[in-house]
Design a protein around this ligand. Structure first.
Ligand code: FMN
Length: 153
């Protein structure tokens, strides 16, 4: 099976913590997992991903974290073929904001528009993300196990 690529976008570190927790869980489940800060990437870097997860918070009025803004504006304009990618999005937000998980919603939609296939529906976590993460991780890794079985590797 391909490696799992875990991407995060954060302002104050919550999404990065969830990303490293996801990596630990992936390792426990027998996956080789790499963690990437979207702020260090360009959209082109996504074209070799086969299994990907995006763990992103929302700031401002539905905006990406500052470090991920250049990546996001480039992805909005990019004409990429991501049809080789299967992905899931875990958003971190706060229900008190009108644009609850606005960036996670936009990213999830854009990846699908560029041809990527969802492994799971987007999950919009609230401030209690540490309580909702374990159940999401159970669903995500169960889904990955099915992918691994059906691919026969
Ligand atoms: C100034 C400010 C603006 C925020 N804007 C939004 C928002 O528009 N939508 C949302 O769902 N959450 C919003 N949040 C909540 C954050 O996304 C949430 O606290 C998240 O856990 C931060 O994760 P991070 O540390 O990975 O950046 C905002 C928080 C702050 C402090």
């Amino acid at each position: 099976m391909p490696d799992l690529h875990i991407h995060f976008a954060t302002m104050t570190g919550n999404a990065e913590t969830v990303a490293t927790d996801t990596q630990s869980r992936a390792t426990d489940e027998g996956w080789t997992a790499h963690v990437h800060d979207l702020g260090d990437l360009t959209p082109q870097d996504l074209t070799d991903r086969e299994l990907a997860v995006f763990i992103v918070s929302t700031w401002g009025d539905g905006e990406p974290p500052d470090d991920a803004a250049d990546f996001w504006y480039a992805l909005e304009e990019a004409n990429l073929d991501l049809s080789g990618m299967r992905f899931a999005v875990f958003g971190l937000g706060d229900k008190d904001y009108t644009e609850f998980n606005g960036f996670a919603r936009q990213l999830d939609a854009r990846l699908a528009t560029l041809g990527a296939t969802r492994l799971l529906d987007r999950f919009d976590a609230d401030l209690d993300f540490d309580e909702t993460f374990p159940a999401w991780a159970d669903r995500f890794f169960t889904r990955l196990a099915v992918e691994r079985e059906t691919s026969g590797t």
